[in-house]
Design a protein around this ligand. Structure first.
Ligand SMILES: [Zn+2]
Length: 158
């Protein structure tokens, strides 16, 4: 195991083609660099690993289109929406006096815990400015920054 490497999960990539159309999802085991992978849609995806990793072994370039412009994106699981709806429903119920007392308090605590759990579990994705492919379940190097309009414009021109 390399220093600092804690992930044993497969990296998951939502692949888009050069015209930013979704191609499918692929999974890549840690430490492997396959040049061809079959996506879940049955489409064969060709990957370019040349200079794709930095000195620390983290992804530096998009292996789908080769662009070096990547940004960090926090993506919440779908459950957050459900939790928000539930919290609003419970809040309204409380205000209308439909649900008061201990059961209501317990429900609110459960909702809060669910929400906190979702926030903790949510992990950043790495997204390519140029093709829009996104990389999940990977360690993201610190130099990847959040989306910026200026950088998006530069990579659109290139
Ligand atoms: Zn790309």
């Amino acid at each position: 195991m390399r220093p600092g490497g804690r992930t044993i999960e497969n990296m998951r990539v939502h692949v888009r083609d050069s015209r930013r159309r979704p191609v499918g999802t692929i999974e890549i085991p840690p430490g492997e660099h396959p040049s061809r992978v079959l996506a879940d849609t049955g489409v064969e995806v060709f990957l370019d690993w040349e200079r794709a990793r930095d000195d620390g072994g983290d992804l530096r370039r998009c292996i789908c289109c080769g662009s070096e412009a990547l940004y960090r994106h926090r993506r919440f699981p779908r459950m957050t929406g459900f939790v928000i709806v539930l919290a609003i429903a419970l809040g309204l119920g409380g205000m209308l006096g439909l649900a008061t007392g201990l059961p209501f308090s317990i429900a609110m605590v459960v909702v809060l815990l669910l929400d906190v759990g979702v926030l903790v579990l949510a992990r950043d994705a790495l997204v390519c400015y140029r093709c829009g492919s996104s990389y999940r379940r990977l360690r993201i190097a610190a130099y990847h920054e959040r989306w910026s309009r200026a950088k998006a414009r530069i990579s659109a021109d290139s």
